[in-house]
Design a protein around this ligand. Sequence first.
Ligand SMILES: Nc1ncnc2c1ncn2[C@@H]1O[C@H](COP(=O)(O)OP(=O)(O)OP(=O)(O)O)[C@@H](O)[C@H]1O
Ligand SMILES: [Mg+2]
Length: 163
Amino acid sequence: MSSGEKREDTDGAVNGGQHIYFPLNGGDFSDAGAGSKSLRCELAALGVPAQLIRRAAICSFEAEINVIIHAVAGSLRYSIEGETLTITVTDMGPGIKDVGLAMKEGYTTAPVWAREFGWGSGMGLPNIKKNADALSIDSVPGEGTTLEITINLKTPQLNARQE
Ligand SMILES: Nc1ncnc2c1ncn2[C@@H]1O[C@H](COP(=O)(O)OP(=O)(O)OP(=O)(O)O)[C@@H](O)[C@H]1O
Ligand SMILES: [Mg+2]
């Protein structure tokens, strides 16, 4: 499948919800942002407030970039079911040995090539946590990592915490 191409994932369809899938490849920035962009457009078309779209975009983009920088290959998929947006980013990669440490602001193992592109501040996971209503990280060292990010699309009061 070419970079950034999307398809409906019928295997993952739950309760009639639509799951859209974007492949990601380690070291390949041409994949970066395709999933986030699709998500932003879809939320805008649904009339979701800009603050919520911004939070979703931060979460999805940081997670996409993490696969590209830290893993070998993976994918982003999202679904909107009722008032709940779920973004799932899964990869085959080194995994995260100590998730608590990885969640700390400033902690990074980003390689030099990624730092040269301006990444590697150790702020991606903390930013996802701040902008999500729920975040679960399931990681197996030597196998890979799965992030599940949930955002409630009907909680405008949560927007205030980002201001
Ligand atoms: N998908 C992943 N696979 C393996 N390790 C990861 C993954 N995502 C994050 N990590 C680990 O967690 C650390 C912190 O991630 P985080 O996104 O917060 O910062 P970063 O990616 O290093 O830098 P930044 O996101 O600011 O560009 C990473 O440096 C890496 O060690
Ligand atoms: Mg990151």
